[in-house]
Design a protein around this ligand. Structure first.
Ligand SMILES: CC(C)(COP(=O)(O)OP(=O)(O)OC[C@H]1O[C@@H](n2cnc3c(N)ncnc32)[C@H](O)[C@@H]1OP(=O)(O)O)[C@@H](O)C(=O)NCCC(=O)NCCS
Length: 173
């Protein structure tokens, strides 16, 4: 599903292969890769990142709407500062999970919260009734984003990704 979503400071848009170099600075950073799903391997160079982006772009049209993976661009200087995705949580693939990754040098400015709020609002307009976020219990920053967004704490579970995770949920108000 093609998306271009502006917020005050950001533009959420589809990934492009040209983003590989900037995306590698996000997904290749140890501070980011450490917290992503267990199957994620740090992307060590631009070619590897381009291959990942290629796979994401190819997969996009086959995802169950409103799932997607998007780039977060700072409007002020057109810097690619992060990525976020809405995807069906394994293993049951019934619940939509919002995930975030920001380049470490832009943490602490509210970009994840601002981008997430826009994507959640948009997703609810597409007709889904819940958005989830999951985070390892010690991923304080991710948990803080979920709370800042006003997500409700649902509990702790091991049903996703075979690891203990805190689960947060948001429903349309
Ligand atoms: C999770 C992650 C995206 C959170 O990034 P973040 O920058 O901490 O979160 P936000 O962008 O919402 O910024 C919040 C911070 O900006 C501050 N802030 C400044 N301006 C703000 C604004 N306009 N609005 C909201 N917060 C603002 C907040 O006070 C908060 O500061 P603090 O961290 O000192 O408490 C980031 O740490 C990351 O990429 N982690 C690795 C990947 C990951 O763990 N993903 C989650 C699992 S999928």
């Amino acid at each position: 599903m093609s998306l271009e979503l502006p917020t005050d400071r950001l533009l959420i848009r589809e990934w492009q292969l040209d983003d590989a170099e900037a995306a590698q600075r996000i997904y290749g950073a140890d501070e980011v890769a450490h917290w992503l799903t267990p199957e994620w391997r740090p992307v060590n160079d631009t070619d590897a990142m381009r291959a990942v982006l290629h796979a994401w772009i190819e997969a996009g049209p086959n995802l169950v709407p409103p799932a997607g993976r998007w780039a977060i661009v700072r409007k002020e200087d057109e810097e690619l500062v992060g990525g976020l995705s809405l995807k069906l949580l394994p293993p049951f693939e019934e619940d939509f999970e919002l995930t975030w990754a920001l380049r470490p040098d832009v943490w602490g400015q509210g970009y994840a919260t601002e981008a997430s709020q826009a994507v959640i609002d948009w997703a609810f307009k597409q007709g889904i009734e819940e958005v989830f976020a999951v985070a390892r219990p010690n991923n304080k920053r991710a948990i803080a984003v979920a709370r800042r967004l006003g997500m409700e704490w649902v509990g702790e579970t091991e049903k996703y990704y075979d690891m203990r995770l805190q689960v947060f949920r948001m429903r349309p108000t």
